[in-house]
Each structure stands twice: as C-alpha cells, then as structure tokens.
Design a binder for this molecule. Sequence first.
Ligand SMILES: Nc1ncnc2c1ncn2[C@@H]1O[C@H](COP(=O)(O)OP(=O)(O)OP(=O)(O)O)[C@@H](O)[C@H]1O
Length: 210
Amino acid sequence: MQVSLSNLGKRYNYEWIFRNLTYTFESGASYAILGHNGSGKSTLLTTIAGYNLHSEGQINYTLHAKPLSVEEAYRHLSLTAPYLEVIEEFTLLEMLAFHVKFKPLRHGLSPLELVERMGLQKAKNKFVKDFSSGMKQRLKLGLAIYSDTALLLLDEPTTNLDQEGVAWYQEHVQQNQEGRLTIVASNILHEYSFCSHRLQISDYHPVPRK
Ligand SMILES: Nc1ncnc2c1ncn2[C@@H]1O[C@H](COP(=O)(O)OP(=O)(O)OP(=O)(O)O)[C@@H](O)[C@H]1O
C-alpha cells in the first residue's frame, strides 16, 4: 500500500501537533517516525490508521494502483500500540480464532502455527488476562505482524519486552516486511533500526509565534 499525505495537519483544541506535512510512504518499504516524548508520533500513526481525524490536508491510500477510501484502507492495515487492548476473557487460542475471522493470517498460517511463531505454546489454553505484560505484548505484535495486511503500523513495539522479546520482534518484523508498507513510531533504535526511511515529526511542528 502507498500512503500519501498532503499538507496534513492535526490539532487538539488550539494546539497544533503537526502542520504542512507532505510525505509519501511507498509500498514495500519501511519507515520510522521519530521524535521526543509528546512530539506527535502516536498522533501521526493513528491519523494514518484513520483512528484519529486530521484537521487539515489530505491522506490518500493506494493499493495495487487503485485508490482506497479510509474505510477500505482500514481492512488492509494492522496496528499495535501500548494503548490498544487484547480481549482478556479469551484463552490464547480463542483470541486467535476470533481474530482470524476479521483478519486472516499471512502465508495461510493457522492459529496453532501462529502460537508457535510467537513462542507461546505453553500458554495456548491460558486466559489472556493471566498473561504477563511481555506475553501480552508478544501476542499484540504477533497478531499485527502476522495478519495478512498491506500496511503494518507499530507504535512503541518493544514496550514490556525483555532482551529475548526484543530479538524475537526484530526477527519476525524483518521476516514479514516483504510486500507491505511498515511504519514504526519510536524513539528507541532497536525498534526501528531495520527501517530504511526516517521522518522527524519535529520538522513539521508549527513555528512558535514571536
Ligand atoms: N486526545 C488528546 N487530546 C488532547 N491532546 C492530546 C490528545 N492525544 C495526544 N495529545 C497531545 O498531543 C501531543 C502529542 O502526543 P503523542 O502521544 O502523539 O506524542 P508521542 O510522540 O507519541 O509521545 P510518546 O513518545 O510520549 O509516546 C502531546 O502534547 C499530547 O499531550
């Protein structure tokens, strides 16, 4: 998928978070949105996802050379972020069975095969509410990375992961970049080191009036 932003701006109440953002995310490439805490990375990522309305400008989505509306684009994207929740009342296998009804998995993977890829075999019948924070993060990442989507959006992907979890993330996100657009919002190098393009959100901060 290609995502083109033209003169995009977002404000909350009277505060502009970014303005005049013109940028094209090309299909098949990986991008990092960089910036300090509170600079607007999550706001931009959720705006691209269509979860957050922009205040000015335009976002255009294109898939296989055909324009998509934001409602159509939504079906072709997967997003993971610290503020998104998984369904705690399900066991892991129930959660995956529910998820694949809406978003099938890449390479025709079955839920059980995804459990293996996530390294969560021992927890397949455990309730998600009883997962550790790192296990929940691995589940959220596994669902996003392995959904068969053309646009993968990752916000602070290694939150709650230990060193082994970070290595797992790096391996799996890189193995699953082919044929899709990946955008990572982060300020931690190990989360975005594989990204060949970098966008500094502060370049689009409005200049304060003197
Ligand atoms: N719903 C909201 N209403 C008002 N202001 C908001 C809202 N969401 C975010 N903001 C403000 O927008 C700015 C950018 O926040 P955002 O979460 O996008 O930054 P970030 O770069 O992702 O930060 P972090 O690295 O800390 O996650 C902050 O000043 C924040 O307070």
